[in-house]
Write a protein that binds this ligand. Structure first.
Ligand SMILES: NC(=O)c1ccc[n+]([C@@H]2O[C@H](COP(=O)([O-])OP(=O)(O)OC[C@H]3O[C@@H](n4cnc5c(N)ncnc54)[C@H](O)[C@@H]3O)[C@@H](O)[C@H]2O)c1
Length: 265
């Protein structure tokens, strides 16, 4: 427990699971009141209840972030019930790999709606409240697929690259009104789905971890700790960045193997 977000009102989308749920727990543990959004009522309710049971402050709010009227209502209810909005973290998103030539038009539109349109809707709704307050922090979850190409994630990568651009634009346009915008780029994470997929590949986990400079996969808490910093007043001069939280994956360029040629190998 701490007070790095004391008194702040924060909405986190897609907070019924994974990174968003870890964020909700850590934000509440640092004194924020968290609006736990998800499209799934059961998980949103469970995360909010867990936070309250642990002595924190949280409410759940079911909304589909691909629907602008539902996002507007999420923000409007937060202001109505909690008085203000200090942090809006657009986090809901995701994709499964698929070769580009096989992506149907419906799937293309679904991926863009979930991973890009939703972030615009949330940002615009939050901005309207934050402009009145002349303060606020907007966070967006992007991806390594938005920074670099990840095989079979072209559409997701397009959307996540758009998120990075939006964070920069909001930072440039609204910084002078006390509103900051930053993106967080999670690296490879030890999610149940990813671990299950790695288990289908011979020696998959070890071989994949060997490609991560810190030698392990990430956890939702790794990402949430970065979000606490960016949401807090400690980051009041951090604006328009995309922070990779990926064990150093983004820093590495393709190179021939050199194992065994230095003491550090
Ligand atoms: N897990 C990774 O390896 C990884 C890597 C890079 C980026 N990311 C990004 O991090 C974010 C969170 O991913 P995660 O791994 O925690 O995923 P997750 O699947 O565990 O959680 C996503 C949550 O979003 C909710 N959601 C889905 N559609 C929604 C909608 N329309 N409206 C509201 N909520 C909705 C889901 O119900 C779920 O609870 C996503 O934006 C994802 O693209 C994840």
């Amino acid at each position: 427990m701490g007070n790095r977000l004391a008194g702040k009102i924060a909405i986190i989308t897609g907070a019924g699971s994974g990174i968003g749920a870890a964020g909700a727990r850590l934000f509440a543990g640092q004194g924020a009141t968290v609006v736990v959004n998800d499209v799934r009522a059961d998980t949103a309710r469970a995360v909010a209840a867990e936070i309250v049971a642990a002595g924190g402050r949280a409410v759940d709010h079911v909304a589909d972030v691909t629907k602008p009227d539902e996002v507007d209502e999420l923000v409007a209810r937060t202001r109505r019930d909690l008085g203000r909005l200090d942090v809006f973290w657009s986090n809901a998103g995701g994709a499964v790999p698929e070769p580009t030539e096989s992506v149907s038009l419906a799937e293309y539109q679904r991926l863009i709606a979930l991973n890009l349109d939703s972030v615009f809707y949330g940002t615009q709704s939050a901005l309207r409240v934050m402009l009145e307050q002349q303060s606020g922090s907007i966070l967006m979850t992007t991806s390594g697929a938005g920074l670099r190409a990840v095989r079979h994630l072209a559409v997701y990568g397009m959307a996540k690259a758009g998120v990075i651009s939006l964070a920069r634009s909001i930072a440039a346009d609204y910084g002078r009104f006390g509103i900051r915008a930053n993106a967080i780029s999670p690296g490879p994470m030890a999610t149940p789905q990813f671990l299950a997929w790695l288990a289908t590949v011979r020696d998959g986990l070890r071989r994949f971890e060997a490609q991560v400079p810190v030698g392990r996969l990430g956890t939702p808490e790794d990402i949430a700790h970065a979000a606490v910093f960016l949401a807090s007043d400690e980051a009041s001069f951090v604006n328009g960045v995309t922070l990779p939280v990926d064990g150093g994956v983004h820093a590495v360029f393709a190179a021939p193997p050199v194992e065994g040629t230095a003491k550090s190998d």
